[in-house]
Design a protein around this ligand. Structure first.
Ligand SMILES: C[S@@+](CC[C@H](N)C(=O)[O-])C[C@H]1O[C@@H](n2cnc3c(N)ncnc32)[C@H](O)[C@@H]1O
Length: 317
């Protein structure tokens, strides 16, 4: 459980991001705030929808490469996973890498992370499970993991796509520091460019992505004492081909005012809050970004059938 002061700090950071974001010309709220306990559970539901190919494709790819991985990194001792969520794909690695002693999941969604860690401890009693609650863009490794242990940063789910290219470069550099010398990075990158497939994936017929998006307003109403009228905002996910990204918005259905912490924000009809980007980096562009951040490509595996989803394994230079 979080302590009260943790909760107050998180609430204050959420408040600052929401107030700052809603003052911008294009109103925005950073996507990391999607993930309270409900948001994390809704994301898991999204991954089970038929339209959401990234999880299905990446899990199949991962299952097929675990023998190769243990040959390439026979002495892999620790896995660090920023944005670990339910750690479902990670189980494929925990089950198969012979010398693994430590797993460090890092996530902003505290309750969900701790519940997941408890389950993993039961299922993998021989592996030390050390959950770390926090923002992975600023997290440093605890001293307990010695420099001599070979480490892999595992970053699946195309979470890297939620960052614009400059931020993604910063993250790749941070992961390089986390992995240390002789470290590794296994990352899932969605290189799909098919606009129809992308549109379907972020506008599932069951409406779960819409609930996930709107949960941001539910959370703001609960934690920030905001008064968003949920019936007057609708989910919108559009593909922007010039930026190669899906953009998620919450669109105001009418002219309206919202009050947060005694501040009033005006919306005209059709005005939106930009809530998430999912960049679909072309393969060569991503490889160049990784190289700039100190990573050397070891191997990549691409989905041959359904999409351009790619798992890339890098070693630190
Ligand atoms: C797209 S989901 C991916 C979950 C999982 N890794 C997968 O592949 O299915 C992103 C995950 O990262 C976490 N997350 C997002 N932004 C974060 C941040 N800045 N710091 C820590 N965790 C973050 C979310 O809570 C969520 O669990």
């Amino acid at each position: 459980m979080n302590s009260v002061s943790d909760f107050d700090q998180v609430r204050q950071a959420f408040m600052t991001d929401v107030i700052t974001g809603l003052h911008q010309a294009q109103k925005t709220i950073p996507c990391k705030w999607f993930y309270d306990e409900t948001g994390s559970a809704l994301f898991e539901d999204i991954t089970k929808t038929p339209e959401y190919y990234p999880t299905r494709v990446e899990t199949a790819l991962l299952g097929s490469i675990t023998p190769a991985l243990s040959e390439i990194i026979p002495n892999l001792g620790a896995i660090i996973e920023p944005g670990s969520g339910a750690s479902i794909k990670t189980r494929l690695l925990l089950e198969t890498q012979p010398n693994l002693t430590t797993y460090l999941p890092i996530d902003i969604s505290a309750e969900f992370l701790n519940t997941t860690a408890e389950r993993l401890r039961l299922d993998f009693p021989d592996i030390d499970i050390w959950p770390m609650v926090g923002d992975f863009s600023t997290t440093f490794l605890p001293d307990q993991i010695g420099a001599d242990i070979e480490k892999l940063v595992f970053f699946p789910g195309s979470t890297i796509g939620n960052f614009n290219p400059d931020e993604a470069l910063g993250l790749l550099r941070n992961f390089h520091a986390l992995a240390g010398q002789r470290g590794w990075l296994l990352i899932g990158v969605d290189t799909t460019q098919d606009a129809d497939q992308l549109h379907a994936a972020y506008n599932d017929k069951a409406g779960i992505t819409a609930r996930f998006n709107k949960n941001l307003l539910v959370r703001a109403n609960r934690e920030l004492d905001a008064d968003f009228d949920l019936t007057q905002f609708r989910h919108d996910a559009r593909y922007n081909p010039s930026e190669s990204r899906i953009e998620m918005h919450l669109v105001s259905a009418c002219e309206q005012q919202v009050t947060i912490d005694d501040e009033r924000f005006d919306f005209v009809a059709g005005e939106s809050i930009f809530t998430e980007s999912c960049h679909k980096y072309a393969r060569d562009r991503f490889l160049a970004m990784a190289a700039t951040s100190g990573w050397q490509l070891e191997q990549l595996w691409q989905d041959p059938v359904e999409s351009g989803f790619t798992l890339m394994l890098f070693r630190s230079r």
